[in-house]
Every structure is written in structure tokens, then in C-alpha cells.
Write a protein that binds this ligand. Structure first.
Ligand code: FAD
Ligand code: SF4
Length: 487
């Protein structure tokens, strides 16, 4: 611990953002990482409390107090090694993790928690800037072949771990570029895609083969993005590889079965967001869904909805409204009651700050329009009692809507894929596999493993990285009898 009294002397300092007017002009990142002096002070706020709950609050169990101390001392080189020992991709989490670690920080009981995520962001940016992030190819090859289906954070973490212990890893991706939701979904202004490209280059140098535009499966639903040009059947994959990891995410979106759903201008968020990612990458998108000059209503109050808000505003929407079915959460959590867990509280994203009216406890009743095109949304207010929702009498209202984005989450992985592999599913339709014990990450089909959102359902990038790492260890043990990979 660098400075014993640091937590009493220094206040938390947030990373600074460009002003909304400046950031709305483009799709670039706008969060500026801490300076060396600021990071030193923030690292000094860590109390070395003895039982670092943050370490447990972080799904990859980042060894946070150690790197806080190293940053305080200005030793970024060692801080990077400590960070990489638990997290393959801190430049992703340092940008887009909601930081459950900070809800678990001991200092957070009586003061603002340590700015853990901003320190993580700083360490990895220093690492890349100094050229310390280099390929780590295995010293020997095992001769075993592993196929990874899906190139999101779970698939990438698993592939990198397995390549580093000498297995020949091929990642198959049905999209035209690598990255999963990091690439197509999460807007560039939250995370620029050059961060993924750099890691792909590193992994290629470590021996990972990437095959894009290849669907592993048989058929695929029309309402989920699929840009594959080639299909490989599961049985052929299983013949060619010694182990297969299913890391295809949870892509089946939740629909809104109300009258008018079929009108033009009503889209799933994932029809809209990837198009802008593609345009930012220099692609031509035919008939791009654009919010320019339109009245936009986003249904769903989570991350995906907030990303639709930020993208609509960048495209120059006339107005943006966001509705959430659940009641408005409290602005401040009851800390003694919830610490060290992730609290339910009002979260306002940078996209909301850029211009958006939000409303809670609102249910959409129907969508109406003329000539087959949506023009308005009819909604009502609802009350929640004992987990049951009832309509508030005479509360119906309407809202102008030229574009409606459905951002109500994802129900499950695409079922056709799991069925094509004949793996057992859990009650929510996810690939069934335990995370502990001898069968960890193993599906019901021999040599087929599952990790990330495809196993746990819709979640977070940091959880996907954790599952990819742990699954890699399980696969290595299965192939070699034992494994030195960390869990
Ligand atoms: C719009 C949006 C914003 C989000 N924002 C955040 C955020 O800010 N912070 C955060 O922590 N989390 C966020 N999330 C959640 C996070 O992105 C996911 O939890 C995470 O990406 C899951 O990782 P994964 O590797 O399991 O799957 P994914 O990232 O979904 O990747 C799965 C990949 O597998 C491919 N695939 C699927 N089936 C096949 C097949 N049969 N053959 C070949 N390829 C296949 C898919 O094309 C996809 O590229 C967001 C999610 C969305 C939708
Ligand atoms: S990965 Fe997320 S939870 Fe873990 S230390 Fe970083 S910000 Fe915190």
C-alpha cells in the first residue's frame, strides 16, 4: 500500500468526458483517461483494507489492490503484468465494464469508492502506448486442435488462453469481422474497434486462426444477424477438431407482440446498431435505418436502449424518448443494506446526458401508422405490486414515433445452433453446462464445451472473459489430463 492516509486525503476523481456538443459530432470515444499524476492520487486512495471485496466483486477477480499500489508508485510495467494475469482484455473492460468491483470497494461504505475502472483503463493504455503488449506464443505445440464458435469476448479469451498453451485454435465467426457484440452492437463511441483489431493481430501472432463469414450450424432464424457466406455442419467440425467451444452469445432478441409491431420503422436494436458500426468501419450499408430528423422511441431501459439513444442523437434525431416497463429505481442505494453487491439504482449513461427523455413504468399497448409506416406509439402507465403489473386506469397516452427501437433484452441463444449440436439446454434455453467440478463447461455432448452468454444468458463482457478463461482451462485439462492455466 503506497500511502497509508491516501483515502483520507484525496477525493475520487472521475475520468473527464468531452462535452456533449463535441462528442455528438462523431462516433469517436470521448472518455479521456487519467493523467499519470491523477492516476497516482487515485491509486493512493486504495486503503489496502485487508479483505479486498473488490477482488471478489470483479468477475475475473482482478488483483486490484496490487495494481493500485503499483500505479501509486508509477510502476506501470508490473501493474500491467498483474492486470493481464487475470484479464486478457483490460482495454475492453477498462472502457465498457459497469465496474461491479467499485460497488464492492470497502472505502465505498463511507466515501466514494476507489476509481478502479479508470485505473485499469490507464494501466492498459500505458501498456499499449509503451509497446509492452506483445504476442506470447507457446514454446511448444501439443498437436491438439480446438474450434471456437463465436468471436465475442468469451470466444476470444478462450482462444487466447488455449493458443498460449500450444493448442491449434481456430475461431469461427458468422459475421464478416471478429469481436461479437464488441464489434457489432456496442457503439464505437463507447469502444473504438481498433482495440479489437490490435488483439486480433496479437492472437494471430500467437497462432490463432480466424475464419469469418462462416456459420457453424444448419439453419438460422431470420430475425438474428447472419452475414455468413459458408456453412459448416457441427458433425464435420466435431470430426476435424479434438474439442469444440460454443461461444455464440445470446442473440435471440425479446420481441414486443403488440398490434402494429409489423409496421415499417419498428426495428430490433440489433438491426440498427450494427449498421452504424459497419458505416463507421467504411462499409456501404444499403437502406441504412437512420434516425436523422426523426422522432425516435426506444423501448427498454438497459444498456442496449442507451446505445440506441446515443446512436440516434449522433444521427441527428428530432427527439429521443426511452421507456422502461419497470418503475424508476432509487437515485441512491441503501449502502449498508446492499454492500458489497451490485445495487439497483438509477443509472444515467453518457448517452442519456446527450439528450433523451426517459420515463418508467410505461407499457406499450400498440403502434399505429399510415401506409404501413409507424407514426405513433400508444402506451399506458403501470403499477407494480408483489411482482404483478397492472394498468393505471385512464393513463393511456400517445407519442409521436417515426422510428421505434425494441431494446428489451435477449431471451436466449439461437436455439437452432444448440439443436444442431444436440446439446442439452437449461430452463432458459441456454447451453447446459456447470461451471464447477469435473464437468465444468462441458455440455451433454462429448468434447463440446460452452461459455459466455451462450451458457449463462445475456450478461456482461467481463463475465464472458471470465467464462472464456475458465472454459479454456477445462478444455486444456480434457485434452492433456491436467492444466497450468489459471481458473
Ligand atoms: C447493444 C449492446 C450493448 C452492450 N453494452 C455492454 C457494455 O457496455 N458493457 C458490458 O459489459 N456488456 C455490454 N453488453 C453485453 C456484452 O456485449 C455481452 O454480454 C458479451 O459480448 C457476451 O460475449 P460472448 O462472447 O458470450 O458473446 P457475443 O459477444 O454475443 O459474441 C458471440 C459471437 O458468436 C457469433 N456466432 C453465434 N453463433 C454462431 C455460429 N453458429 N457460427 C459462427 N458464429 C456464431 C456471433 O455472430 C457473435 O459474433 C452489451 C450488449 C449489447 C447487445
Ligand atoms: S473488469 Fe470490471 S469489475 Fe473487474 S476490475 Fe475492471 S472494471 Fe472492475
Amino acid at each position: 500500500m503506497g500511502k497509508i492516509t491516501g483515502f483520507m486525503e484525496f477525493k475520487r476523481q472521475e475520468e473527464s468526458y468531452l462535452a456533449p456538443e463535441a462528442r455528438l459530432k462523431n462516433y469517436k470515444e470521448f472518455v479521456l483517461h487519467l493523467s499519470n499524476d491523477q492516476a497516482k492520487v487515485q491509486g493512493a486512495r486504495c486503503m489496502d483494507c485487508g479483505i479486498p471485496f473488490c477482488n471478489n466483486g470483479c468477475p475475473v477477480n482482478n488483483i486490484i489492490p496490487d495494481w493500485n499500489d503499483l500505479v501509486y508508485r508509477g510502476n506501470y510495467r508490473d501493474a500491467l503484468d498483474v492486470l493481464h494475469s487475470t484479464n486478457n482484455f483490460p482495454e475492453f473492460t477498462g472502457r465498457i465494464c459497469p465496474a461491479p468491483c467499485e460497488s464492492a470497494c470497502t472505502l465505498g461504505i463511507s466515501d466514494d469508492p476507489v476509481g478502479i475502472k479508470s485505473i485499469e483503463h490507464k494501466i492498459i493504455d500505458e501498456g499499449w502506448a509503451h509497446g509492452w503488449v506483445v504476442p506470447q506464443p507457446a514454446g511448444f505445440k501439443t498437436g491438439k486442435k480446438v474450434a471456437v464458435v463465436g468471436s465475442g469476448p468469451a470466444g476470444l479469451a478462450a482462444a487466447q488462453q488455449l493458443a498460449r498453451v500450444g493448442h491449434a485454435v481456430t475461431v469461427f465467426e458468422k459475421s464478416d469481422r471478429i469481436g461479437g457484440l464488441l464489434r457489432y452492437g456496442i457503439p464505437d463511441f463507447k469502444m473504438e474497434k481498433s482495440h479489437i483489431d490490435r488483439r486480433v493481430e496479437q492472437m494471430q501472432a500467437e497462432g490463432v486462426t480466424f475464419r469469418t463469414s462462416v456459420l457453424i450450424g444448419k439453419d438460422f432464424p431470420a430475425n438474428v444477424n447472419n452475414w455468413a457466406k459458408e456453412t459448416i455442419f457441427p458433425e464435420d467440425l466435431e470430426k476435424e477438431f479434438d474439442a469444440v467451444i460454443l461461444a455464440g452469445g445470446a442473440e435471440q432478441p425479446r420481441d414486443l407482440p403488440v398490434p402494429g409491431r409489423e409496421l415499417k420503422g419498428v426495428h430490433f436494436a440489433m438491426d440498427f446498431l450494427p449498421q452504424q458500426n459497419k458505416v463507421n468501419a467504411g462499409d456501404k450499408v444499403k437502406d441504412q435505418i437512420k434516425a436523422t430528423g426523426k422522432h425516435v422511441v426506444v423501448i427498454g431501459g438497459g444498456d442496449t436502449g442507451s446505445d440506441c439513444v446515443g446512436t440516434s442523437n449522433r444521427q441527428g434525431a428530432a427527439s429521443v424518448n426511452q421507456f422502461e416497463l419497470m418503475p424508476m429505481p432509487p437515485e441512491q442505494e441503501n449502502k449498508p443494506l446492499v454492500w458489497p453487491y451490485w445495487p439497483t439504482k438509477l443509472r444515467t449513461s453518457s448517452s442519456h446526458d446527450e439528450g433523451c427523455e426517459r420515463d418508467w413504468a410505461v407499457a406499450t399497448k400498440r403502434l399505429e401508422g399510415k401506409g404501413g409506416k409507424v407514426e405513433k406509439l400508444i402506451a399506458c402507465r403501470v403499477e407494480w405490486k408483489d411482482g404483478k403489473m397492472t394498468e393505471v386506469p385512464n393513463s393511456e397516452f400517445e407519442m409521436k414515433a417515426d422510428l421505434v427501437f425494441l431494446a428489451m433484452g435477449f431471451v436466449s441463444p439461437v436455439q437452432n445452433i444448440l439443436d444442431a449440436f444436440s446439446v442439452d439446454k437449461d430452463a432458459r434455453g441456454n447451453a447446459k453446462a456447470a461451471t464447477e467440478g469435473d464437468n465444468s463447461y462441458k455440455t451433454s455432448v462429448p468434447k463440446v464445451f460452452a461459455a459466455g452468454d451462450m451458457r449463462r444468458g445475456q450478461s456482461l463482457v467481463v463475465w464472458a472473459i471470465r467464462e472464456g478463461r475458465q472454459c479454456a482451462r477445462a478444455v486444456d485439462e480434457f485434452l492433456m489430463g491436467s492444466s497450468d492455466l489459471p481458473r
